[in-house]
Design a binder for this molecule. Sequence first.
Ligand SMILES: Cc1cc2nc3c(=O)[nH]c(=O)nc-3n(C[C@H](O)[C@H](O)[C@H](O)COP(=O)(O)OP(=O)(O)OC[C@H]3O[C@@H](n4cnc5c(N)ncnc54)[C@H](O)[C@@H]3O)c2cc1C
Length: 320
Amino acid sequence: MSETIEHVKCLIIGSGPAGYTAAIYAARANMSPVLYQGTQPGGQLTTTNEVENFPGYPDGVTGPEMMLELQKQAERFDTDVRDGWVTKVDFSGPVHKVWVNDTKEIHCDTVIISTGASAKYLGLESEQKYLKLGGGVSACAVCDGFFYRNQEVVIVGAGDSACEEAHYLSKLCKKVTMLVRRDEFRASKIMEARVRNTENIDILFNTNTDEVLGDGQVVTGVRVKNNVTGAVSEIPATGFFVAIGHKPNTDIFKDYLELDETGYIINVPGTSRTNVEGVFVSGDAADHVYRQAVTAAGTGCMAALDAERYLAAKEAEVHV
Ligand SMILES: Cc1cc2nc3c(=O)[nH]c(=O)nc-3n(C[C@H](O)[C@H](O)[C@H](O)COP(=O)(O)OP(=O)(O)OC[C@H]3O[C@@H](n4cnc5c(N)ncnc54)[C@H](O)[C@@H]3O)c2cc1C
């Protein structure tokens, strides 16, 4: 083996709640995990100022603070946390090969994928401005809906997730206006019916978002345009929710792992196992349903335990 190739017992890709939790468990099981953080150290939560639903923080915590604490906990047990982006993998043989920054080659006994997913946004300048300010734009109703109790919000999207999120918001907010670009939903009939039958959800079809309006700090409304009549109007709102889908960060795995049509990695139900032995998945990279920090952390724990049991079984085979 060339000197430039490193051998690692447990490689973890990603530094969100899934990756760090996997690291804590793997390190405490003597698996000497190496974790690559990627371009977003700490993951998606570093983009939010208020996390109120992660157990153990009775007064809430900012996302960056919580993720630094998770990193510290992983490092306390000697996880080797590194800066770097995994650019290529080869899972075709018995040794799993991973390349970091297109140069460094690592051979791994086990790989835990915790690369998360990215929420899709409309891409409007005003949307991105209030998103970065933490001023009322969100891609997660379950995470942020609570902050808009008894207020009026707008949600954009037409699929099952959008309907589910609109319905969730309707139980907290005074009024939810749902913007649907076409003249029909993409959602299943049952989800559509749920939204249509909810009194405080107002659905606007053939409607595009023109601009997210605000006072420079927080959202105050949304300007919309009917794409059939051309009519422009403004909807007062303190929150603007985007529910047009997520993109799992899984492109580099597609030649080896089974993915669903959106790109989520398919795991063996009830486990973190993928279709490749020794490769495990945790967090949002495999989860299009819950997408929460606590579920990501839970599956990170599962992945480390599954990896540890896989290695133990292989060692036992050698000694038989
Ligand atoms: C604005 C916002 C607010 C949220 N608020 C809450 C909340 O209040 N409560 C809650 O429970 N959930 C919240 N969520 C959801 C929560 O952040 C996610 O469910 C959670 O972060 C998923 O964790 P993860 O570890 O799977 O992935 P992520 O947090 O997405 O982390 C993925 C990691 O993988 C790394 N990565 C990706 N590709 C590569 C690669 N090729 N090589 C190396 N590294 C790579 C990235 O750098 C990143 O570190 C929020 C999400 C957003 C966007």
